[in-house]
Design a protein around this ligand. Structure first.
Ligand code: SOE
Length: 386
């Protein structure tokens, strides 16, 4: 009989919904999963709102005190989907209580917090994972397989962009994602963290970076007290935006490859355009999240008359994670990436083995974010701590 893992989810909005869906689906589609999640407790500050969410998302109990929840002897795994400024306290307390910890990205708002989090989970010897879900798009996992098999050859370029447009209206209110105290940074931490993690996964370590950031709309209407979501509305009094609206940076990897990165919430028409291209001596790869079932692949080893990008539909049973879903040709979506992460985390818990990306990988991303931040201020090249 499969082991059961009792989960406490701290936070319940956008990411709470995606993680809850993953816990509900995982054992149904991956019956061989090493441990079956029990959706024990949903935790949030507003009792009425958290109770409503628990009912909608399928949690057995609710609680408004995360400190009490992480100490409970019947909880095995603490999953953190709060804004970034709460990650460190919750993760460290959970690790000290001997719980496995799953944490949304970016791991923390500062390098110092992330270092303390790594120390806590490593000292406690608990499983720990950061929710960089885009590693678990089957097409992205397949891109890594192609790279590992040598099909791309020596990598020269990694070119990644993560573009959104949801705050272009100057009257869009000052939600927590625009507050440095709560979010740590703007699209650099929110979107840049994802593409930096993909760069680590696909290319390797960063050596040095230089970049620029801009805040186009410096003041915005303050938010009504109860409203904090992505589609929120504001009043007439204005407050200061304390994070960047957009940023771009270039990087040199330790392998000698070049990286070009862009993140913004002002790219009109781009809702969630997470794209990358890799160019190597033997081939190229292109990925676009808005068409996540496809991977474009160019093979430079075939005769030049036959060369050209071809689009591979990543729905074959032999593609990563796909055998569990539908017959070939039946596409999957964004939410499946969370089911895949939860699958790998539960397997790691059941077998006491390592899982990636762990908190140390989250810290590696934090070091890159910190170097970009320093470069934006100094207008120079900055070394990435490793
Ligand atoms: C909002 O900008 C957001 O939801 C991010 O926080 C997620 O990490 C990303 O996957 C989609 O956009």
């Amino acid at each position: 009989m499969a082991q059961h893992v009792n989960v406490a989810l701290i936070g319940y909005r956008f990411m709470g919904k995606s993680h809850s869906n993953a816990y509900r689906q995982v054992a149904h589609f991956f019956p061989q999963v090493g441990a079956v999640p029990e959706m024990k407790v949903l935790c949030g500050r507003d009792r009425a709102a958290v109770a409503e969410a628990a009912q909608q998302l399928g949690w057995q109990e609710v609680n408004t005190d995360w400190r009490a929840v992480v100490r409970r002897s019947d909880i095995d795994l603490v999953d953190i989907v709060t804004p970034g400024n709460a990650h460190a306290d919750i993760a460290i307390a959970a690790a000290q209580a001997g719980k496995h910890v799953f944490c949304e990205k970016p791991l923390a708002n500062t390098v110092a917090e992330a270092e303390r989090m790594v120390e806590a989970v490593e000292k406690a010897g608990v499983r720990n994972m950061v929710a960089f879900n885009y590693r678990r798009v089957p097409a992205v996992a397949y891109a890594r397989q192609l790279i590992e098999e040598g099909r791309i050859g020596r990598i020269y370029h990694f070119r990644a962009r993560y573009l959104q447009d949801w705050i272009m209206d100057p009257d869009f209110p000052l939600v927590w994602r625009l507050d440095k105290g709560a979010a740590g940074s703007g699209p650099m931490g929110d979107l840049g963290a994802h593409i930096i993690d993909l760069a680590h996964y696909l290319i390797g370590d960063f050596d040095e970076v230089t970049g620029m950031a801009e805040t186009f709309i410096k003041e915005r209407p303050l938010l009504a007290a109860t409203d904090s979501g992505l589609g929120a509305s504001g009043g007439t009094t204005k407050g200061q935006v304390t994070v960047e609206d957009a940023a771009a940076f270039v990087a040199r990897f330790t392998s000698g490859a070049m990286g070009v990165f862009e993140v913004t919430r002002f790219a009109g028409g781009n809702k969630n355009a997470n794209t990358f291209e890799i160019n190597g001596s033997k081939g190229s790869i292109r990925f676009n999240l808005e068409r996540l079932d496809e991977l474009e692949f160019l093979d430079l080893t075939v005769p030049s008359t036959e060369q050209g990008f071809r689009t591979i539909l990543i729905t074959d049973g032999a593609h990563p994670y796909m055998a569990a879903w539908w017959p070939a040709g039946h596409i999957i979506g964004w939410e499946h990436t969370f089911t895949h992460e939860v699958l790998d985390l539960l397997n790691a818990i059941a077998s006491s083995s390592a899982v990636a990306p762990d908190f140390r990988d989250g810290l590696r991303v934090q070091y890159v974010l910190d170097a970009v931040d320093r470069a934006c201020a100094s207008h120079r090249w900055e070394r990435v701590t490793r």
